[in-house]
Design a protein around this ligand. Sequence first.
Ligand code: T5A
Length: 212
Amino acid sequence: MIFISGIFITFEGGEGAGKTTQIARVAAVLREQGRDVLTTREPGGNESAEKIRALLLNNEGAHWLPLTELLLINAARHEHVTKTILPALQAGNVVLCDRFTDSTLTYQGYAGGLPHHIIEQMNTLATEGLQPDITLFFAVPPSMGLQRSKNRGGASDHFEDKDRLFHEKLYAGFKEMVQHNPKRFTVIDATQPLENVTEQCLAAVERILITD
Ligand code: T5A
């Protein structure tokens, strides 16, 4: 059995929901409080997993079959969890992770159509059963999130380019998962201005840090 003294917090939501922005802001506050914090992301998060991320997001003409995509995501996740997340949690860090297994259930499952039991088996294999202590779901209607991504500029990736129906299914999938896991999820109204969203995130993070 692995002894874990850290706290594992995941940030989930659709495209352009504001997760990356808020992870940086929450990490800065926690570090000011003297906590050891690791910020990371999926797919990717360390050298080997980032190589797989590049295959997934900028596939340069390659078209992955849905199951291949799932295998690549979980290959990256296994590298990330084993080499980066678990050691940080064992060392007592607060780990703030931009996307994790809930993104696979929503993107590849609810929106992508792969059976949930297969995704869950793969997720469990890749993570060795590791689950977040809490998950912040950034609730932003897909149209607003995609507009934010567009406003930011730069090239869009493979998932941003999916059609409107895909993003609607994704959002509905996240909301269903929140309903099924009310203890783990906190819903963040991420349509609000940045400062307000940071306050909501910090309130949720402080609750778990106090009860731990
Ligand atoms: N994926 C991932 C899967 O399909 N399966 C999986 O299992 C996993 C793990 C990752 C892609 O991989 C897919 C999902 C993704 O499509 P990514 O680039 O990491 O690719 O994608 P995102 O996580 O969606 O990253 P984004 O940068 O698009 O979204 P964020 O991080 O939620 O948003 P953020 O913080 O970058 O903000 C976007 C813009 O909005 C502004 C920011 O300044 C920025 O310009 N903004 C706000 N504007 C107004 N008000 C606010 N409150 C704002 N918050 C942010």
